[in-house]
Each structure stands twice: as structure tokens, then as C-alpha cells.
Design a protein around this ligand. Structure first.
Ligand code: NDP
Length: 508
């Protein structure tokens, strides 16, 4: 019996290194090249698992398996209700295994166990929501101007979906793609980030147990530039659902354009969090802290540009520094830890570089800006919560996504000015507005160029509400009913009712 994902390879000291293979057509397989790579625990800096390094050849096998499964009666002939039932079952299984999956994610990306647990416990909701949609995706009868024609539409799946997800919320972002893709009858090949492949591979046995036929879900692990790029280039892939950085997103869109695959891009952000002087400041401070320091700032929706009205600037700043100084950093697998390490060494270096850039640009560092020195934190890739004031909107630390716990604080005098400044960025993913003035709240929400606007809250997300970007933050939407269009195409069916088709060469 092939234990696949559960097979330990060898022992290094006391540490068990796990070996994970590719999952193609219902089978665990080595990469065609035989190559593997290590995945690192950012808290210890140690390799804890060995992952198969898939490449173009493996992607080709997986895509062909997914295409075959798409056409196979085992999948194609399932009723939408039966498809929904499989997803519902998968949701139940994830619920039972939520803790184990969360622990794996924490080990892989260093995010807090309490955050990853929230995510893995939420994932079943995506399964149940799209299971419910599976048999409610309908065509329409069109009231044509031609009385002898009955015209109706069918909403059909696209075929093979290629899903590419980043390391910050690996399973949750996979389900944002996989649940609607399967509910609508597509098959899927998933390329997780090289840094966080393990949780998806540990999910595979649950997918099998739920009863999805072989080939419907395939996982090719490997590097973005090789396995990821090969997936975007493959002519049998009908849609690419991508979450990641802007520059990678552009490459993905270019590759997909060559074979006219559909693309949805969930990219980065530099989201403004705007505090008006009449706001409830206790709530606003909590929202600001959660917006930038949760997940050590490694979220696309980080509220990394804080706009404080000049009247409350000093007060809010003092409160933020006080709160930031009390954040408990440490072992992400402990429930009491409030901020974990940065997921990757490259990411830590990038954050350090941006702190230098901020100082060179003339911004004032009022808190953090360095790695903590406590012995417990030295081994991991930790970075202190960091706050810059005196930031001007043209500065790079106000314009570029840092993807770390770095808050750039700007001030404003009035509504018009803050709308102009908030929109003056290439990104448009999220925005927060803090005010008690209901008219102003809705007025500003309309003016902000972003896919999500939160009023007196921040970082709220649901399976039922559309999520996506304006401008460089991408296109296409995930979640809610909106995403169902991204995974389906419409067929118009024409039926002649009179029983007589006139001779086209006889003049009438
Ligand atoms: P990347 O764009 O580097 O990577 C994202 C995914 O793309 C990974 O699976 C990566 O694989 C893969 N990839 C890399 N190069 C290619 C390529 N040439 N062709 C195809 N796939 C490729 O982003 P990060 O991993 O750095 O993730 C952080 C970014 O993701 C941030 O910009 C963040 O804002 C964004 N993000 C957006 C979200 C949203 O919903 N809008 C949510 C979360 C993050 P590998 O890791 O193996 O290189």
C-alpha cells in the first residue's frame, strides 16, 4: 500500500522528515525528474519535509488526467446535487481534521495557530455554501422576438482549471478556487506555493474519502517559475485562478493569453485605513492593529497606509505605539502568541530593505524597525511591529506592498483630500473607513477605488460576499455567487417549433 503523503522518509536526529509526492489521477507519484526540495519551518529555520519537485512533464500528466476526468462519465454524469453532496462531505471531513491541518500550516508558514485554526475551521463553510449552489446554477429561457423559436441557455463548466496559490493562507485560498470550480463541474490542477505545499497534500486523502473520482483534483508541487509557469502555458487548461503578486500575475495573464484561457487574478494591495476625527477611537485602534499586525502583516488586505485626521493624529499614534509594544511575539503554535515570525527569509530581507528605504525617504521611525533580540526569538525570522510617521504619499513605503508588519502613517485635513490620497496608489484591494457620520461613511465608500470597503470594521471576509481587486490588485472575483460566472460558460440553444424550415433559395 502506497502511503503517499503519510510516508516518513528518514530520521534526522530527533526530527522526522516527511516525504510528499505529487498527486495525479488519484495516484501518488514521484516527479518525473525524481527531484525534491525541502520545506522549512520559519520558527526553527529547519527543514521538516521533503516535497516532490514537479515540472512541465508532471504538469502535462496532471492536466491530461484532469481533462480525461472532465470528460469521464464518473464526473460528467454526476448530477449537480451529487456534486454538491461530495463537497458537503469534504466540508465535514475538513471540519474533523481542522486542527491537524492548521498545525501543518503553522509549521510551514509560521502564522499563528489561532489564525490558521480560524481559517481551517472556516473552510467547511466554503464547501457547504458552494455545495448549496451546485444544483442552483441555472440557464434562462429567452423571450425571443421570433415566435417559432424556443431559445434557452445552459450554464456549463469550462473544463480544466489551473489554480495557483501563495503561502500566506494556503488551504483557505485553495478552497476559494476549488469549491466553486468543483461545484460547477470543472476539474482542477492545483500548484501550491513551494513554501507551503504540505497542508494541501495532507488534504488529498480527505478528497479521496469524500468520493471525488480520480483525476478530478490533482496536485503538482514545485517551483513557481517551472511548475507554475507550465500550468499557465498548458493549452488544455481552460482557466487559471491565481492569487499572488502583481508581477507574477502579469506573467500568468500573458501565458494564459497565448491559448486564450480565462484568468482571474487576486493580487496585492496597499490598502488605506482612514480615521476621521469623530470615529470611536477604541474600535479604530483595534482595527488598525488587526489590519497591519495580524499575520505579521503578510496579508494582501493589510491596512498598511493609515490616514489619520490631523486632530486625532497624536492621540491615535500614542495608542498604537502602546499597543504595538505589548504585542506578544513567539512560538506561533502556542495559543497565547499574538505575532509569529515572517514566513520566508527573502520576505524578512524585503521588510528590512523597506525600513531602510523609509528612513532614506525621510519618514520617522517611531516604533520597531528591527528584529527582536530576545533569545527565544533569535532563531526564527521575527520582525518587530513597525510604525513610520511623517510619511508622504509619494514615498515608496506609502506606495509599494511590503507584505510585513510595517505601518505607514499619513495625516489629512478633510474628506476631499483623504479620498484623493487614498486613491493615489496603483492598488485597489481593500479600504477601511472609521467614522460615526453615516452619510460621510457611505459617501467615502463610494469614492474609494477598491474591491472591498470596510466601515468601522476591518479584515472581514465571507464565503458569501465577492472579493477581489480594482486596478493593479487584479480582476475577477472570488466568493459569493459572483465567482460562479468565473467557472462557467453560457450556451444558447435554439429550437424550431413550427416544424417547417423554409427553403433559403425561395423568395418570400
Ligand atoms: P508570488 O506571486 O511570488 O507567488 C504566488 C504563487 O505563484 C505561488 O504559488 C508561486 O509559486 C507561483 N508562481 C511564482 N512564479 C510563477 C510563475 N512565473 N508562473 C506561475 N506561477 C508562479 O507571490 P507570493 O508568494 O510572494 O505571495 C504574496 C503575494 O500574494 C502578495 O503580493 C499578496 O498581496 C498576494 N496575495 C493576494 C491575495 C488576494 O486575494 N488578493 C491574498 C494573498 C496574497 P512559488 O511560491 O512556488 O514560487
Amino acid at each position: 500500500m502506497d502511503l503517499g503523503a503519510f510516508a516518513p522518509l528518514w530520521f534526522m536526529g530527533m526530527t522526522e522528515i516527511k516525504k510528499y509526492k505529487l498527486y495525479i489521477n488519484g495516484q501518488w507519484e514521484e516527479a518525473a525528474s525524481g527531484k525534491t526540495f525541502g520545506t522549512i519551518n520559519p520558527y526553527t529555520g529547519e527543514v521538516w519535509a521533503e516535497i516532490a519537485e514537479g515540472d512541465e512533464e508532471d504538469v502535462d500528466r496532471a492536466v491530461r488526467a484532469a481533462r480525461k476526468a472532465f470528460e469521464s462519465p464518473d464526473w460528467k454524469r454526476l448530477t449537480p446535487t451529487e456534486r454538491g453532496n461530495l463537497l458537503r462531505k469534504l466540508g465535514d471531513l475538513v471540519k474533523d481534521h481542522a486542527e491537524r491541518l492548521a498545525q501543518i500550516e503553522t509549521r510551514d508558514n509560521g502564522k499563528l495557530i489561532r489564525e490558521m485554526l480560524i481559517q481551517t475551521r472556516l473552510i467547511p463553510q466554503w464547501c457547504y455554501y458552494y455545495a448549496g449552489w451546485a444544483d442552483k446554477i441555472m440557464g434562462e429561457v429567452i423571450p425571443l422576438e421570433k415566435p417559432n423559436i424556443f431559445n434557452y441557455t445552459l450554464r456549463e463548466p469550462l473544463g480544466v482549471v489551473g489554480a495557483i496559490v501563495p503561502w500566506n493562507s494556503p488551504l483557505l485560498l485553495t478552497f476559494w478556487k476549488m469549491a466553486p470550480a468543483l461545484a460547477t463541474g470543472n476539474t482542477i490542477v492545483i500548484k501550491p506555493s513551494e513554501h507551503t505545499s504540505a497542508s494541501l497534500l495532507e488534504l488529498v486523502p480527505l478528497i479521496e474519502q469524500a468520493g471525488f473520482p480520480p483525476g478530478v483534483v490533482n496536485v503538482v508541487t514545485g517551483y513557481g517559475e517551472t511548475a507554475g509557469a507550465a500550468l499557465t502555458r498548458h493549452h488544455l487548461v481552460n482557466k487559471i485562478a491565481f492569487t499572488g503578486g502583481v508581477e507574477t500575475g502579469k506573467l500568468v495573464a500573458k501565458n494564459a493569453a497565448n491559448h486564450l484561457a480565462r484568468v482571474s487574478l487576486e493580487l496585492g494591495g496597499k490598502s488605506p485605513n482612514i480615521v476621521f476625527p469623530d470615529a470611536n477611537l477604541d474600535n479604530a485602534v483595534n482595527g488598525i492593529i488587526a489590519g497591519i499586525f495580524a499575520a505579521s502583516g503578510q496579508t494582501c488586505i493589510a491596512g498598511s497606509r493609515l490616514f489619520l485626521h490631523e486632530k486625532i493624529h497624536q492621540e491615535v499614534l500614542e495608542r498604537l505605539i502602546d499597543k504595538a509594544s505589548k504585542i506578544k511575539m513567539g512560538d506561533p503554535s502556542k495559543m497565547e502568541t499574538e505575532m509569529g515570525p515572517i514566513a520566508l527569509k527573502e520576505q524578512l530581507d524585503k521588510i528590512k530593505k523597506y525600513v531602510e528605504i523609509g528612513l532614506q525617504e525621510g519618514a520617522k521611525l517611531v516604533y520597531g524597525g528591527e528584529q527582536p533580540t530576545e533569545p527565544e526569538l533569535r532563531k526564527g525570522w521575527f520582525f518587530k511591529p513597525t510604525i513610520f510617521t511623517g510619511v508622504q504619499n509619494h514615498m515608496r513605503i506609502a506606495q509599494e506592498e511590503i507584505f510585513g508588519p510595517v505601518l505607514s502613517v499619513l495625516t489629512f485635513r478633510d474628506e476631499e483630500e483623504v479620498i484623493r490620497l487614498a486613491n493615489d496608489t496603483p492598488y485597489g484591494l481593500g479600504a477601511g473607513i472609521w467614522t460615526q457620520d453615516i452619510q460621510r461613511a457611505h459617501r467615502v465608500a463610494r469614492e474609494i477605488q477598491a474591491g472591498t470597503v470596510w466601515i468601522n470594521t476591518y479584515r472581514n471576509i465571507s464565503f458569501a460576499s465577492p472579493f477581489g481587486g480594482y486596478k493593479n490588485s487584479g480582476y475577477g472575483r472570488e466568493n459569493g455567487p459572483e465567482v460562479l460566472r468565473e467557472y462557467t460558460q453560457v450556451k444558447s440553444v435554439w429550437v424550431e417549433l413550427s416544424g417547417t424550415v423554409p427553403d433559403p433559395f425561395v423568395m418570400r
